[in-house]
Design a protein around this ligand. Structure first.
Ligand code: NAD
Length: 251
């Protein structure tokens, strides 16, 4: 593992267009369960598809119950060693583009500016009306739920929904295009904590690899790209990223 860490650190130092791509696995060490690991969210709940959310109040209530369950871990979560190491890479000037599938806002909280983060699946700390597109804060939505409204609605009668992308919901066009364009221009592309099963997000490492990037995967379980990547590290994101950054920091 040490040799792999040294090689990745060297590649980062020599990179011109480094991209880090994160998934739910980087936030498990902050206490937020991922979807597909044992004990993950899909062991407990089944997903509510976007068309179900839009067509059935019962589904909207189920969706909000899942979101409230996530809040138990989200409300007490803090950026962990993995998030902080990436923030350090940004501070050192190596990391200008972070693409994330995560919806928890922890990268921004760790100190990476909003403009350097592409959130492919939105952010669950804000809530959007599905009709008039008005945004409200999570706290405002929670106050409506606490007052007895199990599936809150906007004053325009539209349905409020956390501002994230559900299964079956259209991807944000601008973010997806920008992520694809930057991925295909990267020279070092590092995946952290993702099964790389959710499309089209999981196409980003492929764009990078096809363009000749050095592809690194840091993940606890298998991904479809394990055989084509240049370095595969089976380890916990926090520990691995911390060690990598320690070797990147100029002496
Ligand atoms: P996933 O659940 O499919 O995969 C997570 C991967 O991370 C697994 O392969 C697991 O082995 C690995 N992992 C878990 N803990 C790790 C650790 N400490 N270090 C290294 N690897 C670790 O998640 P995904 O690929 O991101 O895709 C699922 C979708 O889940 C995403 O679209 C995302 O929007 C959503 N999601 C986000 C959060 C969050 O924002 N924190 C949480 C759950 C789900």
């Amino acid at each position: 593992m040490d040799e792999k860490i040294t090689l990745v650190a060297k590649k980062i130092k020599a990179s011109k267009q480094l991209i880090v791509f994160t998934g739910a696995g980087i936030s498990t060490e902050s206490g937020i369960p991922d979807y597909r690991s044992q004990g993950g969210i899909w062991d407990k709940f089944s997903p509510v598809y976007f068309d179900e959310f839009m067509s059935s109040k019962e589904s909207r209530i189920k969706y909000w119950e899942q979101r409230l369950d996530m809040e138990k871990s989200l409300s007490v979560s803090k950026p962990n060693a993995g998030h902080k190491s990436l923030a350090k890479l940004h501070e050192l000037g190596f990391l200008k583009t972070l693409i994330t599938q995560n919806i928890d806002g922890l990268h921004e909280e760790s100190g990476i500016p909003k403009e350097n983060i592409i959130e492919l699946h939105g952010n669950t700390r804000r809530v959007r009306c599905m009709s008039c597109k008005k945004l409200i804060s999570w706290e405002e939505a929670q106050a409506m739920i606490d007052a007895g409204d199990r599936a809150p609605e906007c004053s325009c009668s539209g349905f409020f929904k956390p501002d994230t992308i559900s299964f079956g919901q259209a991807m944000p066009v601008e973010e997806t295009q920008r992520a694809a364009m930057l991925s295909s221009k990267s020279d070092v592309f590092i995946v952290v904590g993702s099964t790389l099963l959710v499309q089209p997000a999981a196409l980003m490492p492929e764009y990078a690899k096809n363009a000749g990037a050095f592809l690194v995967i840091i993940n606890l379980s298998d991904t479809p790209y394990d055989k084509v990547c240049d370095v595969l590290i089976r380890g916990k994101a926090g520990n691995v990223l911390k060690k990598i950054v320690e070797q990147v920091i100029p002496e």
